[in-house]
Design a binder for this molecule. Structure first.
Ligand code: ZN
Length: 89
């Protein structure tokens, strides 16, 4: 199965774990661009984390999106370096 080449819909970034699974990051922007959720999900152990950002008055929705994405990326990289769970095929 060539799961590495086919990204699920909505996945904006993907990290390969040491166990051969991936950590997928998805973004959810809602409520008139006021909230951004960046969710990192490990396809190996099913662990996940959600970074929730609320756009402040001085921020653009782009700022909130970048901040959520950055936090999610840090978690994903950290997790990918240590997770040894293998993906279920
Ligand atoms: Zn994992």
């Amino acid at each position: 199965m060539s799961s590495e080449t086919t990204w699920p819909a909505g996945v904006i970034a993907r990290y390969l774990t040491v166990g051969g699974a991936t950590v997928d990051i998805t973004l959810d922007i809602y409520d008139d661009d006021r909230y951004v959720d960046a969710t990192s999900t490990c396809t190996g152990c099913k662990d996940w984390e959600r970074q929730h950002q609320k756009r402040t008055a001085s921020q653009t929705s782009e700022d909130a999106r970048r901040r959520a994405e950055k936090d999610a990326t840090e978690w994903a990289q950290e997790h990918a370096e240590h997770c040894r769970a293998m993906p279920r095929t």
